[in-house]
Design a protein around this ligand. Structure first.
Ligand code: ZN
Length: 283
């Protein structure tokens, strides 16, 4: 069950134009958020009440009226008065640059100027509501880095650096058919390197190589409970590439988060020893 970030888009004050706010609301919906729009001419009290009742993670304030210096901080005060200081407040609209420091000092986390891309607004919200997450949203039991996935054009030409120069040993090789990839695992202490060679020109590793060339592809965290980890990430508003765990290399269960939500680093959750009794013998 997906739980998107809930955002209240609100228009405090008297100005009667909400086209911009409606565009923002729709844009954030397109970014996967659940958006409630207050409608025009809301008082700060009404906005704070709605934010609390609707249990939103973020309030986005839009103002064209010029009254933002009074209205935006008043919304923050009203939220605090209701014990809702953990709700992220951002603003936008027609706001002179020189007003921005005062708004930030009053608790507006960010003021978006006209022309800001909706992707950047959504990214800011995702990054900052995460900072407000209660502890139960954290992934339970991250044990260690399980492995680092490295995309290579060819195992044969990539391996000598690892085996000859570093003296590591390939202890497991496997073709993962549904990922169109051939993997070779080498162990360094408690952590594996997983070299990934595409088996044809169309799988995810082939696409990665075309786009970015060979290099680090993902970092896999060993977790105690992959299902619970995916639930935690989903609840925290992260998009998932894999809605459910699937078999990865070496008999592990794996799932990927969306790199757009993880700072450009592809993050894999990995649970060892799930249905991997035979594979365990390889180690
Ligand atoms: Zn991996």
């Amino acid at each position: 069950m997906t739980q998107p970030i809930r955002v209240l888009v609100a228009k405090p004050g008297l100005d009667g134009h909400d086209r911009g706010a409606l565009v923002i609301a729709q844009g954030l919906r397109d970014q996967g958020m659940e958006v409630i729009y207050t409608g025009l001419r809301q008082t700060p009290e009404q906005i704070a009440n709605t934010a609390v009742q609707e249990d939103v993670a973020c309030v986005g304030l839009s103002s064209l009226s010029g009254a933002h210096l009074e209205l935006f901080p008043e919304v923050v005060r009203q939220l605090r008065a209701r014990g809702a200081e953990d709700i992220l407040v951002v603003g936008g609209g027609v706001i002179p640059d020189e007003d921005i420091p005062a708004l930030q000092a009053a608790g507006i986390a960010h003021v978006f100027t006209p022309g800001t891309r909706i992707e950047d607004v959504a990214a800011f919200i995702r990054a900052h509501v995460h900072n407000h997450l209660p502890a139960e949203h954290a992934v339970p039991g991250v044990l260690q880095i399980d492995h680092i996935g490295i995309a290579v054009h060819s195992l044969a030409s990539a391996l000598p650096m690892y085996t000859q120069l570093l003296g590591l040993t390939v202890y497991h090789e496997e073709v993962i058919a549904d990922q169109q990839v051939r993997t070779a695992f080498l162990r360094v202490g408690e952590t594996d390197l997983e070299l990934l060679e595409p088996t044809d020109g169309s799988g995810p590793i082939a696409q990665f190589l075309q786009r970015r060339g060979p290099g680090i592809h993902h970092i896999a965290y060993a977790v105690a409970d992959i299902e619970a980890s995916l639930r935690a990430a989903r609840a925290a508003g992260y998009r998932l590439i894999d809605e459910a765990p699937r078999p990865g290399g070496h008999g592990k269960q794996i799932a990927f988060l969306h790199p757009k939500d993880t700072g450009g680093v592809l993050v894999e959750f990995c649970q060892r020893g799930v249905g991997a009794a035979e594979e365990g013998a390889v180690e």
